[in-house]
Design a protein around this ligand. Structure first.
Ligand SMILES: Cc1cc2nc3c(=O)[nH]c(=O)nc-3n(C[C@H](O)[C@H](O)[C@H](O)COP(=O)(O)OP(=O)(O)OC[C@H]3O[C@@H](n4cnc5c(N)ncnc54)[C@H](O)[C@@H]3O)c2cc1C
Ligand code: SF4
Length: 498
């Protein structure tokens, strides 16, 4: 007799290994998982819609599928199951433990290019675990943009010098492909409206792919229309358009609807056919087989450590500004508004606005991770812990990054073409005084507060020296402005007691 396959909501691979030899399939829509806290309604919509579309596809393949819709929890849904249950290794460490404890047999998953064991082998004995050497090995292992001798196409591994430009005025990207909603989406909306969940964010027509077929359309559209300019503008921020030339593929990738190798090969293929420049193909392939697989590996390598990490002793609670309460800081309010509307911000908005402000203001890392996970359409613990706690907040003390990604208002001004700052009540060039940019004041205050910590880090030597060059009065003025900035962020009036 065959087993029962348990397919989790982010393991919707057509080739999910738990399906091999399965007699029936169980899928659980757990309200306990959806209801862990406020959640973006687009995220809830996407996950449920994807699961239900997948269930239909499996039925089309002749499989019996039992769907537990709106189940109180996994435990209650699985309570009535007898016989062997098999599940591909979950992408979330706590889920792995809970299912194993319930007696579910976990088997190796095929969702990523690199298994946690392979990554651990790569990491073993290395002094530094930065992404670049891992990425180069990936390029060679998967034969992407390398010649027969393993040398990089175009003569270089990295085209950052050509890529990552600040936006030019009037920069516009072609609209991204968008799916049409169907009856399944309609039913999901109706169910969500009837359940007691704390849904946040705007309810806009679905924007992201939730089936394998939709994912193929999204990929083809990206490669043809936006990949050619992806490299140049991948770090640009344009108020009102978070999508720019980005792929919008993190949702189907993270749900298992499209394979990372296929995505990377599509970019290589476009380059080989002369449709996209090398710098665009390389910049994109770096994200998919480099950064994505690297954070996946780091998540498991440091499994059990992320939640307690707090190398910079950051303890401030997440401010209401992250849930859409206006802070008066045009950049932060602008990016959060995009998240509220679409459940999306591009990589630089996540890292250099949302993450940077959280780093400089000393927000508690795991609370920030939780917010990212629930406010974004593509959130998942495996990707948020390394990206938010590690890359953005340096909570891991440098396990991933050689230095914190800290920046003042000038960086935001430059990479957004000055657009947010032009509409802001503050001046990005000023770090002290009433109209000083709060991000710039917080930046210098952050360097000052961590002067001793960063003393031994040569990559932080320049900003530390910069701080030390300020006289005592300037340092005090920065600290006062930074304290005020923290109050603004916390929604306190300037007169409130500190
Ligand atoms: C603080 C912070 C939080 C993030 N949270 C998430 C998250 O919850 N889920 C998520 O999928 N990505 C996350 N990222 C990574 C990245 O920002 C998103 O993958 C990307 O913005 C998704 O949009 P896109 O598909 O249009 O990507 P593009 O910019 O077009 O990039 C292409 C693909 O590369 C992959 N990728 C690129 N960078 C990363 C990275 N650092 N980590 C993992 N994958 C990467 C994604 O799969 C993405 O779809 C985060 C980054 C930061 C700095
Ligand atoms: S002045 Fe500072 S707070 Fe205002 S938009 Fe520019 S960087 Fe952001």
């Amino acid at each position: 007799m065959g087993h029962t396959a348990l397919v989790l909501g982010d393991q919707l691979m057509a080739t999910n290994p738990a399906l091999d030899g399965a007699e029936r399939v169980v899928m659980v829509e757990s309200l306990a998982v959806l209801g862990r806290g406020p959640i973006h309604r687009a995220r809830a919509q996407i996950v449920l819609s994807a699961m239900r579309h997948y269930a239909e596809e499996l039925r089309g393949r002749g499989l019996e599928v039992v769907q537990h819709r709106g189940a109180a929890s996994f435990e209650t849904a699985l309570g009535g199951e007898s016989g062997e249950i098999v599940c591909a290794q979950p992408n979330r460490a706590p889920a792995s433990k809970a299912l194993a404890a319930r007696g579910v047999r976990l088997i190796a998953s095929n969702q990523f290019l690199t298994t946690p064991d392979q990554f651990a082998l790569w990491a073993d004995g290395r002094k530094s675990l930065t992404m670049e050497p891992f990425y180069r090995e990936q390029r060679r292992s998967f034969g992407l943009l390398v010649d027969g001798e393993g040398k990089p196409a175009g003569g270089r591994w990295n085209f950052d010098a050509e890529n990552r430009r600040p936006p030019k005025s009037g920069l516009e990207a072609p609209d991204a492909w968008r799916p049409s909603e169907d009856q399944i989406d309609e039913q999901v909306r109706a169910d969500l409206a009837g359940w007691e969940l704390d849904l946040w964010g705007e309810d806009e027509p679905r924007r992201f792919a939730v089936t394998a077929a939709e994912a193929q359309l999204a990929l083809a559209d990206f490669v043809e229309h936006r990949l050619p300019q992806f490299g140049a503008w991948q770090d640009a921020m344009v108020p009102g358009d978070p999508f720019l030339f980005h792929a919008l593929l993190s949702v189907p990738l993270n749900l298992g609807l499209i394979e990372p190798l296929e995505v990377a090969q599509a970019a290589q293929d476009a380059w080989q056919k002369g449709r996209v420049p090398i710098e665009a193909a390389e910049g994109f392939i770096r994200q998919v087989i480099g950064w994505r697989e690297y954070v996946w590996g780091m998540y498991w390598l440091r499994s059990g450590q992320w939640q307690g990490d707090n190398a910079l002793d950051a303890t401030a609670p997440l401010p209401a500004a992250y849930w859409g309460e206006p802070s008066g800081w045009a950049c932060l309010d602008g990016v959060v508004d995009g998240v509220r509307r679409h459940g999306y911000a591009n990589h630089i908005e996540r890292l250099m606005v949302l993450g940077n402000v959280a780093l400089l203001a000393g927000l508690e890392p795991w609370e920030v991770v939780g917010w990212f996970e629930r406010a974004f359409v593509d959130g998942a613990e495996w990707v948020m812990a390394p990206n938010a706690a590690g890359m953005a907040l340096y909570a891991d003390g440098g396990a991933m990054m050689t230095k914190p990604y800290a920046a003042g208002g000038n960086y935001i001004h430059k990479m957004s073409g000055g657009a947010w700052c032009a509409s802001c009540q503050y001046s990005p060039k000023k770090r002290t005084g009433e109209d000083a940019c709060p991000v710039s004041a917080l930046y210098w205050d952050f360097i000052g507060r961590n002067e001793d910590r960063f003393a031994g880090n040569h990559r932080m030597a320049m900003p530390v020296r910069g701080w030390q060059k300020f006289d005592a009065a300037e340092q005090q003025a920065i600290k006062s402005r930074a304290a005020l900035a923290r109050d603004e962020l916390a929604g306190l009036s300037p007169d409130a007691e500190r």
